[in-house]
Design a protein around this ligand. Sequence first.
Ligand code: FAD
Ligand code: DLZ
Ligand code: SF4
Length: 521
Amino acid sequence: MPGPVLVPILGDQLTRDLASLRGRTKDDTVVLMMEVWDEATYVKHHKQKIVLVFSAMRHFAGELEAAGWTVDYVKLGDADNAGSFTGELARAIERHAPRLVSVVEAGEWRVREDMDQWADKFACEVEILRDDRFVCSQSEFEEWARDRKDLRMEFFYREMRRKTGLLMTAEGKPEGGEWNYDSENRKPPKEGLSAPERPKFEPDAITQEVIELVQDRFADHFGSLERFEWPVTRKEAEAAADAFFTERIECFGPYQDAMVAGEDDLFHSMLSTSINLGLLDPLALCERAEAAWREGKAPLNSVEGFIRQIIGWREYVRGFYWHQMPHLQKANALNAQRALPEFYWTGETEMACLADCIRSTRDNAHAHHIQRLMVLGNFCLLAGIDPRAVQDWYLVVYADAYEWVELPNVAAMILYADGGRLASKPYAASGNYINKMSDYCSGCTYSPHKKTGEGACPFNPLYWHFMARHRERLESNHRIGRIYATWDRMGNERQQAYLDSAEGFLATLTPAQHGWARREN
Ligand code: FAD
Ligand code: DLZ
Ligand code: SF4
């Protein structure tokens, strides 16, 4: 009798519509799910991320079993757990003598490199299937990127709109006449701006068991486990999506870039953890957003903004990741060498904006996009923090972090470490931007209006320090080069005051002491 088909399902592939399950028969298939030490520790993930992934895996395995599938589930604490996907697959092959191993390609380079060895390593046949949960295949992205010097998201996004038909007229034009409604978005927060509370999901017995495991085995990892409120099943994720589409999408567009102290979610969907795990289908979410607009339940600027984040940015960074790997991990076009400051782990800084973003990161394993980009990221860019240290930090601290999405956002979007393949200019900003888009500055020791010296917002001198040290590279950039006319007009004394203030501030930074960094293989 030929053996069954063995279908390994990784922790971020939690959907019954996975290519490796589709078309399989239940009596001829063994699903393999593995909690392994390697994945839980290749960086010291935030405790909530480990709880999220293990709990979602355990719930998904239970749902498959209830639907009649045979699931071989290896828990972290099982005796003889080999600690790695390859080691666990070897043991499962011994147990089940499968005729075929059928797996969907891993999202991350690190895991895919291991997976590519499986066919040679094991005696049975191994097939690696394309992950068709993404709208754009890698070959399509490569085709689009071929011969393009700059890989701008906006043009890629228009291709995805045409491909999916989302927000397109019968004549093939963008609905409303524009591809993008950013001019109606990007509103600063009104005084007292606050959003309806999103649904919070109480840990059930399965999640509670994982929380105890994480408290026991991962006590030295970053982050708080006081609250754990993430959806861990498809049903919960759908309830989270329902709440977004009924209560928050209307203001999503206008306040996409706003920041309010203590308002950790604002009008963001908070769906990235569920989308990345496989609990929600990204295209179905976009279709739902479009339907809300067509039914008059949500404005076009919000709906277009949401769809752009998903079939634009999300698809684009994934294509960019595979297009630029493995060298993207080491890219450092601006030669940034400074150590990450200790306060990125402790939140102990007098800069109110950074303190609030780090608090939210620690408490929720989440910060919203503009906090990641224009506060946390902007600081690392201006201060010249080593990209590897910044990458590791972002990979550790967010519950939605996987390298395929984290790395392009960090290396290329915030740090310009790719030299401008992704962004047409560095996202560099002074305190003025943060003051305009948030209420942080009113509660800060520093003043955004003071440019240099005691009490000046550190982003102000750091901004000019950054511009001055990268003049050679940036002066010819048509989107930012004009800033040097302002710098030149300042005269030596003022310029020196900026540079001295920045140097003085940088000298106060304590380098991170913790051993949070990526484990060396
Ligand atoms: P919303 O604001 O509601 O947006 C809707 C969806 O669009 C998100 O759920 C997400 O799937 C997608 N999206 C939005 N922006 C991006 C983007 N820039 N790249 C890819 N997808 C996007 N997102 C991750 O999923 N994992 C990461 O590790 C991650 N790291 C980031 C690091 C940096 C430096 C920056 C600037 C952004 C990063 N993002 C990452 C993108 C974005 O910040 C998060 O997707 C978003 O904050 C998740 O919250 P939300 O679901 O409420 O998003
Ligand atoms: C993030 C994560 C963690 C912490 N642990 C596991 C695990 O033990 N088993 C598993 O299958 N997946 C885990 N994941 C998600 C994987 O890291 C993710 O599937 C791969 O990185 C994708 O390449
Ligand atoms: Fe942040 Fe500067 Fe505003 Fe303080 S003054 S909150 S450091 S931008």
